[in-house]
Design a protein. Sequence first.
Length: 293
Amino acid sequence: MAKKKKTSYTGYFSTQFLTSLVSTTFVLMLLGTIVLFVISAKKASTYLKENVIVNVYLNENVEGKELRDLQADLDNTGYIKEQTYISKEEAQLKAKELLGTDPSEFVGYNPFMAELELKIAEDFTSKDSLESITSQLKMKPQINDVVYHPDLVESMNKGINKVTLILLILAALFTFISFGLINNTVRLTIFARRFLINTMKLVGASWGFIRRPFLKQSFVMGIVSSALACTALFFIVRALYNYVDGINEIIDMQTLAIVGVSVIIFGLLITFLCTYISLNKYLKMSSNDLYHI
């Protein structure tokens, strides 16, 4: 006697399940990419802001204890992330490398002043904050002059704000699109099995009993599709490390971990909710209504 062939929609290796799995994986990859862009933009913004340089030129003969006291005083202000001392001789060498000639040969002495290159903390890189910092620094007796580029800083801050706003809008839009795509995928899967759901209901199965295998399958789909999406994104980022210099400073392992957790949570949540909602729709329908969908 020939064995009964299993229906094509009941197993985890059925065409219906695999199609849904692939669709959900690609949608989660899209969502993960948007999350990655948003987090990376924030880190890139922090990186740019924390590399805003304020050049502090020192008076003659500010060295030794006087210099150390000034540096300690600057460290205690709270707005200095990092400071680098450049002596007159080092400044002269840098100018010689940049210009290809030594300016002291024309003027007969070293015209450069010793300076401190200050990297400002991210929270103090606005135009108003930098103006206030510059005013405070100029009041110190060891300092001759303070130089920074306000137009460049203002342009950078405006550009960062625009990019951040655009990315947040795109993130919201693609999250909505991702929700809709996964919801349609799950609904089609449930739709193909609506008569099986109705048959189970007619023979007296409780709603909880009917839901159980579908929710279990949605959980498996959420886990597997999330894992596949995270793996694909990981290898894409690893490939970027080989072609984009400095990308590892913006997209680090912590960023990848946040993206991975976001994808897994979204993958599990959305597949569960869509399955639950779609199931309830068909559980509430009468047998006759199923033929008129």
